[in-house]
Design a protein around this ligand. Sequence first.
Ligand code: SF4
Length: 245
Amino acid sequence: MTRAVWLRTLAELAALDYSGWFAFHNYNEPLADPRILSLVREARRALARAKLTIYTNGDYLTARLLDDLCDAGISEVKVTLYPTADCVADEPMLSRAVSFLDHLGLTVASHAEHYRRTELHAHTGHCLVRVAVPRVTRFSSRAGYLPLGLLAHPTRALRKEPCLLPCSSAAIDWKGNLKLCCQIYDVTLDQYKPYNMGNIESRSLPDLWFSDRFEQLRARLALARFGADLAACRWCDFRVAPGDR
Ligand code: SF4
């Protein structure tokens, strides 16, 4: 998306006094972006009450960069330490999280167990740092995009449950496409085109978010009425697990 659209979108959220979570990723590594500190600063200037968060695999995260992110106004950094392919089914090794916090010069403040991960928490200034060692086999299939063989509980059953994810979470890709939900990897692929709610280059984010089309799809999802146009939902195994955000 262009810089003008980025700034306009921040202004639109500021006009709504947006105070929810605001994350800088969508199937990418945000800390690989050389603009990340200035993007965080701009978001913080526009959205004083928003909870700005970085989801990262930790490859580029140093103690210095963490300090700079805090100074720029980030509220939370979540580091996920993915396993190598040969260890994918192993239980999380907490020692990896301990070592990572050590590498950042931080002390463990608390420990949390979730269905999909084990986490250690630490604080630096006003920023919470969560270092997670995931249970990858408990991840969702990303609406059928990932091979089911990887997962501990693969499902080939038709989904009968409603889905409320698109009521609370907006996912926008790097091209500015607003997706129906974050579980959809790429709305430019033929099978996921119906999941593209429009592009914020040509319409404002609030306009798309509150559009008739988006509202109609949310109403159908709340009743688990997926239909042929929402084929990925019919096989989607995404469920909110305790501790998810
Ligand atoms: S059911 Fe549909 S809308 Fe809900 S998470 Fe899955 S793909 Fe997304």
